[in-house]
Design a protein around this ligand. Sequence first.
Ligand code: PLP
Length: 394
Amino acid sequence: MVSKYMLDKMKSSSAIRKMFEEGKEMIAKVGEENVFDFSLGNPNVKPPEAVNKSVKEILDRYAAGDIHGYMNNSGYLDVRDKLAAYENRTKGTDLAQQDIIMTCGAAGGLNVLFRCLLNPGEEVLTFAPFFSEYRPYINNHNGVLNVVPANPPSFQPDLLAFKEMISENTKIVLINSPNNPTGVVYTEEAIVGIANIMKEKEAEYGHSIILVSDEPYREIVYIDQELPYILNYYDNSVVVYSYSKSLSLPGERIGYISVSPKIDEHDTLLDALNVANRILGFINANSLFQRVAAEVSGETVNVEFYKKNRDLLCGLFDELGVSYAKPDGTFYLFVQSPIEDEIAFCNKAKEFNLLIVPARGFGCPGYVRMAYCTSHDKVERSLGAIRRLFECYK
Ligand code: PLP
């Protein structure tokens, strides 16, 4: 009865889910405190105080119809106004209210966008390693994902390979920085390089190629430097943002798309996004959290918390001489497997009650991802298990 398409997707998306189930079994056997689960990017740092405060105030301030009712599918106008002003103030953009489309997180934003841009068979080109859900999101809308191979040890985009691979069929170039799964922040030089190649190819092919930047980790950075904002580098661009990580609110399903005022077919795209939000069944983003988002702009979770976990793990890997990409952001660590078959390595890790994810699904076999969005105590107590695991391969 279940469609072939879904049966196929269930098979291919089962690795992390299976790990989740195995984690539960492990907990039942050895106790929660003895399982070192680095599998899921589910933030454990509390949202900033301002979030709770704002929820309470909003519930008191607004009549039910103004906070729980349907609204414009692209979101409350006053919220979009405030967010456009926030982006303009902090990023030097020139966004108007209409250029902000409220979405059910980045996942909702990407699906809405792909629905609007992709004709069947058109290509989305991204860089390995990449967030594994991109493939199903693109397939949902009959697009084709192509992947520029990973560029270790820096994991910056490989511009030469990109230039080779971009084709007449490329409709979207999709980037994600700070990156899941590496934690690497793409340099300004890389963004300029991507934009220049795309401009050149647009002129050569005579059609628009849209640069989509997926940025749920924008504020989770450990380096003291401005991150390039792609709307300032390339006219045919869109940024997909989410509060899932920056405010630790993944369950609330809230984020937004910023559309460049200079994008081709600007007005038609904005209308299309509005309709796509509705017909894909999202209807609109969570109403209460749209209002919260507008009020707490600029607030972020305690990034130092994640940095301390990063430093604990990196310290151990330095000592063990294990090769990894030093994350400048997110809460992921991308580590080279001591054996080629990283799935076998992740299975071995389970003997030490360690749950880590093989990077094959991120388009980069031979590596594993550790999500260190867990307590300091857990990370500290995991170090012995990680050491013993790697010692098996000495
Ligand atoms: N994009 C990336 C790179 C992610 O890591 C995630 C979630 O982990 C998402 C998108 C989806 O996030 P959201 O909860 O905002 O839908």
